[in-house]
Design a protein around this ligand. Structure first.
Ligand code: MSP
Length: 518
């Protein structure tokens, strides 16, 4: 039986069309999901939509729509974007789904209530409408919400509260012991110091009159669930928790990885684990907190006018180019910047030139010199010459065969990075191999060699095709269409060890990536 791997993204707010952050998060998760599948895990990949709350209700009213009709439109846009980006999610959960989501959210509420962790209290607090969250003084920056830049409203109401304060030490212990891993370490440290400052109980419901668009609190129609139980529960309701059929829940929970942005890390690393402990359920194993995408060095904002629409970029340059940029040019752990200029430069250098050009050159030589049939009687006779090392001299490569370097160095290193979810460093290994294969061509000059030594040229080409096969293999989680295309053009026959032994290549036709003229 295969080992299971359950990963999730945040559920995205359905208050508007998707933006770069949403596209980025789902691509990151998709690359990890595809890598795990290639590594023979039984993967379940969940993404979805957060469709309740005052912000959404207000936005719907502004458009003159009912909230359900409004979220249906926006959710449709997310689904279309994810499909163009070839996001390979196995499931898509929507919190307005009364059949799939509500029973589990309701059940979770009941179980937490039974454990004595909910109580009703009159409450007066500072509420940020943008965040849909009560703020404490220490969350504010000169009296204003640091995210929305506006002073929160004072709101008084009677709510259910969750005894979060009780769970601080237990959550800390789970993180300390590595049972709940927070990636990267800098974010883990932030969570630890936040926990050490002590936790306050959190409001767990809102009066029905303030947010009439949500899930009713069981047995108390005057109250609606607040985001915690409504939204965080999606990770288990999608697996059937609290429903009639919970085989998926039994099989896949606890999650192996929640992928979320840094702004909602505390919810995921503190509140969610506390809720699960209260309900007697196992905790997720890891949380990856990614950075934010800025545009031209600034937070994307309508006022600055620097908002980038992922749909436009994909329409202009293609989904594969978009995936390339997010995987290779942005760190999965830090903030990263998008500019169209950087996007084009990187595309031209690494996709049109680097990868695209290499594939084109090698396939052309295979076709022209051998009619596409490359056997390679003795590929070990043309080992790597030292100057293909990139950067030269960093690693002793001279005298080793290309298959040895690929198997023992490049593939291993690629796996190490990908297993740590560092898809940027994983991609660097692929493009390093692309450069090395270019270096290998320069050092043997097969286009000259063919005039004097056909047998040696065939061995050189065999090595190049072998290299391309693993470029294709490693690049597939990042660029699924390109990777599959490369592999299929090579027509490799595999030996018993699963490695290519001969090739029957097909001509490339149109270039993989046409150059973008600025
Ligand atoms: N609905 C909540 C999450 C509830 S999870 C139980 C939410 N939604 S969101 O639409 O605002 O954000 C969805 C995800 O996108 C979050 O993980 C968030 O961090 C991420 N991003 C939002 N803006 C982003 C960038 N500019 N850059 C990268 N990711 C960003 O939060």
């Amino acid at each position: 039986m295969k080992e299971t791997f359950y990963l999730t993204t945040a559920i995205h707010y359905a208050n508007a069309a998707p933006h770069m952050g949403h596209a980025y998060e789902d691509v990151l998760a998709d690359v990890i999901a595809r890598h795990k599948r290639a590594d023979d895990f039984d993967v379940r990949f969940l993404t979805g939509m957060d469709e309740h709350g005052g912000k959404i209700l207000r936005a719907a009213r502004e458009k003159g729509l009912g909230p359900q009709a409004f979220v249906d439109v926006n959710t449709g846009k997310f689904k279309a974007l994810f499909s163009t980006l070839r996001i390979s999610n196995d499931d898509f959960i929507r919190t307005s789904d009364k059949t799939r989501h509500w029973p589990g959210a309701t059940e979770l509420w009941r179980v937490i209530a039974r454990s004595g962790d909910l109580y009703k209290k009159k409450y007066s607090g500072l509420y940020c409408v943008g965040c849909e969250e009560f703020k404490s003084e220490r969350d504010l920056n000169q009296g204003k919400c640091p995210v929305h830049g506006e002073a929160p409203e004072t709101v008084e109401e009677e709510n259910y509260f969750f005894r979060l304060s009780k769970y601080g030490p237990a959550v800390r212990e789970k993180i300390d012991r590595g049972e709940l891993t927070v990636i990267p370490a800098s974010r883990k440290n932030e969570i630890i110091s936040f926990l050490d400052g002590g936790l306050e109980d959190v409001s767990f419901s809102r009066p029905e009159t303030s947010i009439p668009w949500g899930i009713p609190v069981p047995d108390d129609p005057t109250q609606m669930m607040y985001v915690w139980c409504d939204a965080l529960s999606n990770y288990i309701t999608a697996l059937g928790y609290g429903g009639r059929e919970d085989a998926l829940f039994k099989k896949y929970w606890p999650a192996d990885l929640h992928i979320i942005g840094k702004d909602i890390l505390r919810f995921h690393a503190i509140v969610w684990p506390a809720m699960l402990m209260s309900a007697g359920l196992p905790l997720p194993k890891a949380i990856l907190s990614h950075g934010f995408i800025t545009s031209g060095g600034k937070k994307m904002s309508k006022t600055i006018g620097n908002v980038v629409d992922p749909k436009e970029i994909i329409e202009k340059y293609g989904a594969e180019a978009f995936r390339y940029f997010t995987a290779r040019e942005l760190s999965p752990f830090l903030d990263g910047d998008f500019t169209e200029e950087k996007f084009i430069d990187s595309y031209n250098a690494n996709l049109a030139n680097g990868l695209g050009n290499l594939v084109s050159r090698v396939l052309k030589m295979s076709e022209a010199y051998f009619g596409g049939a490359v056997r390679g009687a003795d590929p070990g006779s043309v080992p790597v010459k030292e100057h293909i090392g990139v950067p030269a001299g960093e690693e002793e490569l001279e005298g080793f065969s290309l298959p040895y370097i690929i198997q023992e160095k490049r593939l291993k290193r690629y796996r190490e990075w990908m297993d740590k979810y560092d898809i940027q460093k994983g991609s660097d290994v692929i493009w390093r191999l692309v450069q090395e294969l270019d270096g290998y061509i320069s050092s043997y000059e097969p286009f000259k060699l063919i005039k004097t030594d056909k047998e040696k040229t065939e061995n050189v080409l065999w090595n190049l095709l072998y290299g391309l096969y693993y470029v294709g293999f490693m690049v597939t989680p990042i660029l699924p269409q390109t990777g599959e295309k490369i592999i299929s053009l090579l027509g490799a026959t595999l030996g018993e060890n699963g490695e290519p032994i001969s090739f029957t290549t097909k001509p490339l036709g149109a270039p993989l990536f046409a150059r973008i003229e600025k």
